[in-house]
Design a protein. Sequence first.
Length: 237
Amino acid sequence: MTRTARVALTGDRSPLVRSHTRIPRLLEALRLRDGLTLDAYWVATDDVPATRIEDFDGVWVLPGSPYRSEAGALSALQTAREHNIPLLGTCGGFQHALLEYAQNVCGVSSASHAETAPSAEHQIVVPLTCSLVGHEGAVHVKPGSLAERALGAERSIERYHCAYGLNPSYADTLTAHGLHFTGHDDEGAIRIAELPTHPFYLVTLFQPELAGDGDTCHPIVRAFAEATVANAARPLR
């Protein structure tokens, strides 16, 4: 018997976050236009410790940082990574995925986010030289990458609403431990990261959920939904 794929929408839901208000329409578009039905559960970051994230078929860590619980967001990301659960992280999800990877894979236990620890020594995520709030720009993706397969192209125009990104000083450390940076802007700044050893691990600084009019899904959101549905069809883990 086929069961409906369950996805954890991890973030502190707010009507003031445009990304969050788009989600119901995107889920409906996935169902009607793409035949992809997702049973979505909002999981606030401070509810993560009391939630079995490993029982979900997909995890989407959404924008809206600083989160009420940074530890909760990092825990959801770690669970999805370690349990091979399809993971999409956008904006704040991208930033915290890099933070989680640095702490738990690269061994930088004191890795921090400048937004919540502005005076910390090992800041993996730092203020961007130029804020991308309300910005739209080109993203170039690496041929053969998950990002390229999802997009079906090597270049796209994407929307942002963020002021923080990866500290370039830590890019080599993350890469040396297996994370791949597969999308960059026109100046070469990192915009996409993925983990080739994972069934579906894709995080973007831009917000694909803001693309279009909300009645059709960005290819990256669709690819995540496909991976989540496929994961639900596997024998019980």
